[in-house]
Design a protein around this ligand. Structure first.
Ligand code: DMJ
Length: 699
């Protein structure tokens, strides 16, 4: 078990089970009916406190910090676990304000002592039963709706046939053809699926150069396959639907896949394909589509993709287009606090926030503009972009100087946090990534970013990192005062980030060693999320309980984070197991996701023959295949000092620390690099297209 984790094993169970346990335990220990009645009253009080305790914007700001210190002081007051229950009851009765947190504290203690409780199993079973019943109800409703829809579509089709028999016949033929293709490809791939071995441990061995090259070529072929499908069926649109063989616009109609793929095509040496895509950007990219686009997605995929293409090739048109798109996004910053809104219509430039989170701005969304806007300002000489993006981080730094981990939602009107939820997965993730990457891209000199990142990592480690009974380390979530033992695949970016921070000197010495160890442990968990599934593909998230790891949401979107972690870990340790794991993941994509026109996400990773979701996410080309390619390339394919990958894996050029400082820093690095072999990369080597050296050096 990690010395840096909170080391609670098994993980704490969800509150629903433990509250009843608490009542039982209080009754059992105090041994009197009066104590049972009092405990029940307190429980009711606690529940009504929970129900009525709505925290306002203004009070929420320091939420996490305050809660943690309250919980710590309770632990101190109560004299540790095992102190008299009567005193604790007294304590509970006295402090109405702290009641909720004290209840939680007692529950936590009780859970640890009573980890094998049958009651929890029963409650768990009951919950599952309710879910099942709900599921059956939903299925019955769906069947009813399905029958109604089928009847409607039969009527429509008869009307269509009567009105226009020849068009109907043509349409029928097209549909038959498409369905036939789909069935053929499903059959073809399910054949591979059924012969897919049931997850053997991959052999960890040093591969010959020829074998590494063979694997690299297979990954390049996968890139070409996904690109060709996109070119053929979805040209100019955001994403390919590889099963129905058409395109769709999900990100503002700016050709997200086209732009996301640019630098991967270039790195892999597919210059003709790159050329066609670049020409589309030059002469056809529409800037005026009236579509509510995500500010975050547009920045990381479109602006980031074009900035990377500019940095790699020097093509000025890429920079111009990146600036044009960024200019259309800037009105999102027109708020009283200058915290940007999440959504913008690129044609009307009207910005707004969604209603589902009370019109708050989201941490990962406003906290993931900085790297692109910094690079854009540097490349254009216009400081506006960098200043605006940095302003939001300064706001957090000034308002919460002692806090590392930040809640997910902030009001763009008051500048205060609006909820106590914390996550390193969805809605929070890349805010933390960009604290580190801003420090890197600015030449490792801006202490604000580095210290905010270090504080965040330390708080994450102290409060949210757990190890399950089966020995899997994970990062949990936090909601109000409850720890949720849920681990998104998205969180698998954390190990890569920790390793990069330790490698680049953002933290030093023993702390760097701890970060590196945690990175290794988390990468192992991410690998297990693939390895334990019948399909060999990870679900979207897992949960941890006393029973161990369990699938949360079963779908797989072809996400890159686990491969990102494997690449960073390979690159910084040269441990062959990371290449073995990555190759196994790639083979699972080949077996289950490859269809005639590209690669599709799947709906359930537990199925032996998974059903495709008919979407080839643009990040599959930008990130997933790029990390795989880098995993099987020489270190010289990517110089980690000169380039930083944005959150969509688009390489942007860093500002180099001054020569002497760099020299000094390198010497320091060499001295403390005792847990991994010295980097094999040649200093000064640029980002080259094709690790076989076939491409030109992009500088
Ligand atoms: C990508 O668009 C980016 O990596 C983003 O930061 C989060 N997730 C997706 C891929 O999973």
């Amino acid at each position: 078990m990690l010395p840096v984790t909170t080391g609670i094993s098994p993980p704490r169970r969800a509150r629903v089970g433990s509250t009843s346990n608490l009542t039982r335990r209080l009754g059992r220990q105090a041994g009197t009916p009066a104590a049972i009645v009092l405990a029940a009253l307190i429980l009711i009080g606690g529940i009504s406190f929970l129900l009525h305790n709505r925290i306002s914007d203004e009070e929420e700001g320091h939420g996490l910090h305050v809660v943690s210190s309250k919980r710590r002081s309770l632990a101190d007051d109560s004299g540790g676990s095992g102190s008299g229950v009567a005193e604790r009851i007294q304590l509970l009765a006295e402090g109405a304000e702290l009641e909720n947190d004290r209840m939680a504290q007692l529950e936590d203690e009780q859970q640890q002592e009573d980890s094998d409780s049958e009651l929890s199993g029963t409650l768990f079973g009951a919950k599952e039963g309710v879910k099942l019943a709900n599921g059956q109800q939903v299925a019955a409703m769906a069947a009813k709706t399905g029958a109604r829809n089928a009847a409607n579509s039969r009527t429509r089709s008869t009307q269509f046939q009567k009105a226009s028999p020849s068009r109907f016949a043509k349409k029928l033929e097209e549909t038959r053809h498409r369905v036939g293709l789909q069935a053929a490809s499903r059959q073809r791939y399910s054949a591979i699926v059924s012969s897919f071995p049931s997850q053997p441990e991959p052999a960890v061995e040093e591969l010959s150069e020829a074998e590494v090259a063979r694997r690299r070529e297979a990954i390049k072929a996968a890139m070409l396959h996904s690109w060709r499908g996109y070119e053929k069926y979805a040209w100019g649109q955001d994403e390919l639907c590889p099963v129905s063989q058409q395109g769709k616009n999900s990100f503002g109609g700016l050709g997200a896949t086209m732009i996301d793929a640019l630098d991967t095509l270039h790195m892999m040496g597919f210059h003709e394909e790159y050329g066609r895509a670049a020409e589309w950007v030059r002469s056809e990219m529409p800037l005026n589509a009236s579509f509510d686009a995500s500010v975050f997605e547009t920045i990381i995929r479109v602006v980031g993709g074009m900035l990377a293409a500019h940095d790699m090739t020097g093509d000025k048109v890429m920079l111009e287009r990146a600036q044009q798109v960024a200019d259309r996004i800037l009105p999102a910053y027109n708020t009283t606090t200058k915290i940007p809104l999440n959504i913008i219509n690129l044609a009307t430039q009207q910005a707004k926030n969604p209603t589902w989170n009370q019109r708050a701005s989201t941490l990962a969304e406003f906290g993931t503009h900085q790297v692109e806007f910094w690079r854009l300002s540097q490349s254009t000489g216009n400081d506006t972009y960098a200043e605006l993006a940095e302003g939001t981080i300064r706001h957090l730094h000034k308002g919460w100087p002692q806090q590392g981990v930040m809640p997910l939602f902030i009001s763009p009107t008051t500048g205060n946090f609006t909820a106590r939820r914390v996550s390193f997965g969805a809605l929070g993730d890349s805010y933390y990534e960009y604290l580190l990457k801003m420090w890197l891209i600015k030449g490792r000199q801006d202490e604000m970013y580095r210290s905010m990142w270090e504080r965040a990592m330390d708080e994450m480690i102290n409060k949210l990192v757990f190890t399950s009974r089966e020995g899997l380390t994970y990062v949990a979530e936090f909601d109000r005062s409850i720890i949720k033992h849920k681990f998104d695949h998205l969180v698998c970016f954390v190990p890569g980030m920790l390793a990069l921070g330790a490698h680049s000197g953002a933290v030093q010495g023993a702390k760097a060693e701890r970060y590196m160890q945690l990175a290794a442990d988390l990468t192992h968990t991410c690998w297990q999320m693939y390895h334990r599934m019948p399909s060999g593909l990870s679900p979207e998230y897992v949960t941890f309980s006393a029973q161990g790891m369990k699938v949360g949401a079963a779908y797989n979107l072809l996400r890159p984070e686990a491969l990102e972690a494997m690449w960073y870990m390979w690159r910084l340790t040269h441990d062959w197991k990371y290449r073995a794991w990555g190759w196994q993941v790639f083979q699972a994509f080949e077996a289950h996701c490859k269809v005639e026109a590209g690669y599709s996400g799947i709906k359930d990773v537990r199925a032996a023959t998974p059903v495709p979701d008919d979407t080839q996410q643009s990040f599959f080309l930008a990130e997933t295949l790029k990390y795989l390619f880098l995993l099987f390339s020489d270190d010289s394919a990517f110089d980690m000092d000169e380039w930083v990958l944005n959150t969509e894996a688009h390489p942007l050029r860093t500002t180099q620390p001054k020569q002497e400082e760099q020299q000094h820093e390198r010497q320091q690095q060499e001295r403390k690099r005792w847990w991994w072999p010295p980097s094999r990369s040649k200093s000064g080597g640029g980002l080259i297209s094709g690790s076989d050296g076939s491409g030109s050096i992009a500088r």
